[in-house]
Ligand binder design. Structure first.
Ligand code: HEM
Length: 152
């Protein structure tokens, strides 16, 4: 299934090389993006599971996930990790609505970093397209795990 999705989204060798370069641009700022994300999630009272006792661990896990995603070989390790993420969110009753909205918020913060960089316009466009492809595959797989677990 992953192979079909990778082909459908045109995630090829060039896209993977771009993702690795994108990670170099985003990694110095990822802590800020994730801090801002969890303070918004906490302040919006979306889930009682995001609280002062859990947020430090969530930040570490989420940062690790983004960096692993941008360097992913889309192998079993990645598949197991995205399956676990889907199941964790299902376990805390996080609706797909909040999962998608949360994902878009993170994406907008990363897009802002790309736009404000000194890179040529074409590279910015390539980075944004690459980010979109990676988010599409990650979100699609996490949410299908969600469905599968609910149906089971
Ligand atoms: C409003 C949206 C979200 C909320 C409220 C939320 C909340 C949570 C909570 C409470 C957990 C811990 C579950 C547990 O182990 O008991 C968790 C795990 C996690 N979340 Fe989210 N989440 C949201 C969106 C996202 C998004 C968009 C991502 C994007 C990648 C993400 C990545 C993760 C990761 C990597 C874990 C750790 C999974 C593991 O233990 O391996 N979350 N989330």
């Amino acid at each position: 299934m992953i192979a079909k999705l990778l082909d459908f989204l045109d995630i090829d060798a060039e896209t993977r090389a771009l993702a690795s370069r994108l990670s170099d641009l985003l990694s110095p700022r990822v802590n800020d993006v994730i801090d801002e994300f969890y303070s918004k999630v906490d302040g919006s009272r979306i889930s009682p599971h995001v609280n002062a006792g859990t947020v430090a661990t969530l930040k570490v896990k989420q940062k690790r996930h983004w960096m692993a995603l941008l360097h992913s070989r889309f192998d079993d390790e990645y598949f197991d990790s995205i399956r676990r993420i889907g199941m964790r969110h299902r376990d805390i009753d996080l609706s797909p609505m909040w999962y998608v909205a949360g994902y878009m918020r993170l994406k907008l913060s990363f897009v802002e970093i790309i736009i404000r960089s000194d890179l040529p316009a074409v590279t910015k466009g390539q980075f944004i397209k690459t980010l979109d492809k990676y988010i599409a595959i990650d979100m699609a797989l996490a949410m299908s795990t969600y469905d599968a677990v609910i149906v089971d």
